[in-house]
Design a protein around this ligand. Structure first.
Ligand SMILES: Nc1ncnc2c1ncn2[C@@H]1O[C@H](COP(=O)(O)OP(=O)(O)OP(=O)(O)O)[C@@H](O)[C@H]1O
Length: 279
């Protein structure tokens, strides 16, 4: 399902304009990542898709239908949502956390629980954890339960708000890899929020770089943005000329390697570059 923001503005009652005249098309079956620094409006954008926040102006459509005309609770149950804190209910066991949305949607309890066990398999959690409570899990395991719960809605759309922000870098990398695999297998429209440009480039088919007020600094594929940053703000934000992305050639007795700004070898040059525009 594709999602369209048409001139959407959100002004909170205290006068804060979190989102100012934002328009974008989010294509079906792809991952779109909103990335930007703290307070630029990423979460507000995401929460307007499932109507946890209502726009002040403009409209949002899903497959051409204005979401304002839908029942907000029904809409929300039909859209998977994964949060940074995992958002698990502490007094519910793992399996009940995952099975709740399908049961609320009318699935028979036994079928919902069976499906929940399958989802635990899918996100790489052992079924033996099903009867535990969230506090008895590691942070990474809690996040996996959060992802399983987001998938339980069996919806075409999955919203992910900094889902891996609270876990350590190694678990984070594992979860990112799982997300790529899930997206490939499940073919959902994923909208992902992060402030981490590396995560955005890793996961995004379409990356949206935002300034405060959800002003779009650039939209494109990771390759397009890296090869042609729109301006100095984007170049600086993506670190185009520093760290791991600032590569130079180093000739060695056995061939040419690529070295980053810290002098660490990042790879071996194995052939001529593809033509611009065909990558
Ligand atoms: N309920 C609210 N009332 C007033 N202002 C709000 C409210 N919720 C968010 N804001 C403000 O709107 C702006 C955007 O907030 P939002 O949470 O969307 O940003 P974000 O990019 O997701 O930030 P972070 O990365 O820190 O989560 C911020 O200035 C924030 O303080």
């Amino acid at each position: 399902m594709s999602i369209e923001f048409e001139a959407v503005t959100k002004r909170f009652p205290d006068g804060t304009v979190a989102v100012d005249d934002f328009s974008i098309t989010i294509p079906a079956g792809k991952t779109t990542v909103f990335v930007g620094s703290s307070g630029c409006g990423k979460t507000t954008l995401l929460r307007m898709i499932n109507r946890l926040v209502e726009p002040t102006a403009g409209r949002i459509t899903i497959d051409g239908e204005d979401i304002a005309s839908k029942d907000a609770v029904q809409l929300r149950r039909g859209i998977g949502y994964v949060l940074q804190s995992a958002g698990l209910m502490p007094h519910f066991s793992v399996i009940d956390n995952v099975a709740t949305v399908p049961i609320l949607k009318g699935a028979p309890k036994a079928a919902a629980r069976e499906r929940a066990l399958e989802l635990l398999d899918l996100v790489g959690l052992d079924r033996s954890l099903a009867s535990r409570y969230p506090s008895q899990l590691s942070g990474g395991q809690q996040q996996r339960v959060g992802v399983a719960r987001g998938l339980a809605a069996d919806s075409a759309i999955l919203l992910m708000d900094e889902p891996f922000g609270a876990v350590d870098p190694i678990v984070r990398r594992e979860l990112q890899a799982e997300t790529i695999r899930l997206q490939r297998d499940l073919d959902k429209t994923v909208v992902f929020v992060t402030h981490d440009i590396d995560e955005a480039f890793l996961l995004g088919d379409q990356v949206v770089i935002l300034r405060p007020g959800a002003q779009i600094a650039q939209v494109g594929s990771p390759s397009e943005i890296m090869e042609n940053p729109a301006d100095d703000f984007v170049a600086d934000f993506i670190g185009a000329e520093r760290g791991a992305r600032a590569l130079s050639l180093k000739h060695t007795p056995r061939g040419t390697v690529l070295v980053d700004a810290q002098g660490r070898t990042q790879g071996v040059l194995v052939g001529e570059a593809v033509e611009a525009g065909t990558a």
